[in-house]
Design a protein around this ligand. Structure first.
Ligand code: HEC
Length: 312
């Protein structure tokens, strides 16, 4: 049964489709040709067998529920193994860049707060953070995601659905000011492309008003340290101070691009316009700091000798 024609055709089809998706253009063209040949062959085979009603190969599995369930289970387990194995066998050491720094730096206090807002608001419901090694993805989103790029993410934000674009490297695409406008109103922002005007992404206006509880960020860093993120004692101790410094710098960058406030039309007393200034303590500043950092990692050239403490 394993070598029956439908199984062989599916196998060849999968190989052809994978080749078609590869970044190498020659391989992709070859994959396309192979895919068309396989499809034509399958179509021919189907039209022949449909006439005769000869469906013996799948009758064999479908009439044996237990065997069918077992085969399904085996298929699922194989898929699961392919997902699990890389995490289990890869070196649990800290990947280092040529500069001598960690290739993927743990989030700063401000970015960490921003990440938690990202998780709280469910951005992952519409956005993935994993660029697959396919041509179409690389053209749109940039270099494929590497395994160590999400090693400090607990939990990781790979996501499983893309209603909006992948955000794994969005930090290389937009500056702070762009996010300031986009998060306020992704749908009707005047300065955006036609794409944004048609966006189904909701606005996140409350982030401009609500404040981050900065006092707990150090605790979050301690918890992450237990999970294996290499924060130093100094980083945990100065979390609040570092938070405020980076938040001020982010607000200064926004101001440089003319983003000092937002206006809520008719939101003030007596129907007057309400002006909300960019506040370093606001949630939007933390979220923006997180977004502009996404994908800004170095390529590892080696590993730190010390293995990661704790964690997975
Ligand atoms: C209902 C689905 C949905 C949700 C929820 C959502 N987005 Fe989006 N997002 C989109 C769509 C669709 C686009 C593409 C159109 C646009 O730019 O608005 C987009 C675009 C973006 C972009 C621009 C990406 C690029 O490549 O230019 C960013 C950044 C972004 N979203 C961030 C967020 C953040 C942060 C959250 C959570 C606070 C969020 N989104 C929640 C659907 C969503």
């Amino acid at each position: 049964m394993v070598f029956s024609r439908p199984v062989v055709i599916c196998f060849l089809g999968l190989i052809a489709a994978t080749m078609f998706a590869m970044p190498n253009l020659g391989l992709a063209v070859l994959g396309l040709v192979l895919l068309l040949v396989v499809l034509a062959f399958a179509a021919g085979m189907l039209s022949k067998s449909m006439g005769k009603g000869s469906h013996t190969w799948h009758d064999k599995i479908e009439s044996r529920p237990l065997a069918f369930s077992m085969l399904t289970l085996i298929a699922v387990v194989i898929g699961g193994l392919f997902e699990l194995l890389p995490g289990l066998i890869t070196e649990k050491k800290v990947p280092m860049a040529a500069s001598g720094e960690m290739a993927v730096m743990p989030y700063t206090a401000l970015e960490l707060a921003g990440r938690d807002i990202y998780v709280r608001e469910g951005c992952y419901v519409c956005h993935s953070q994993m660029i697959r090694p396919f041509r179409s993805e690389q053209l749109r989103y940039g270099a494929p995601s590497r395994i160590e790029e999400s090693m400090w993410d607990h939990p990781f934000q790979w996501g499983s659905k893309r209603t909006g674009p992948d955000l794994a490297r969005v930090g290389l695409k937009h500056a702070e000011a762009w996010h300031w406008d986009h998060m306020w109103d992704p749908r009707y922002g005047q300065d955006f492309s036609l794409d944004s005007e048609l966006s189904i992404m909701p606005a996140y206006k409350w982030l401009y008003f609500d404040k981050v509880e900065i006092g707990v960020v150090a605790d979050k860093m301690s918890v992450l340290r237990r999970l294996g993120t290499p924060y130093t004692d100094d980083q945990v101790a100065s979390a609040e101070k570092d938070y405020r410094v980076q938040a001020q710098a982010t607000v200064a960058k926004l101001a440089k691009d003319g983003k000092t406030h937002v206006i809520v039309t008719g939101g003030g007393e007596g129907g007057a316009d309400l002006r909300v200034d960019a506040d370093p303590e606001s949630e939007i500043v933390a979220l923006i700091a997180y977004l502009v950092r996404l994908g800004r990692n170095d390529v590892p050239v080696g590993f730190e000798a010390a293995p990661i403490q704790g964690g997975k």
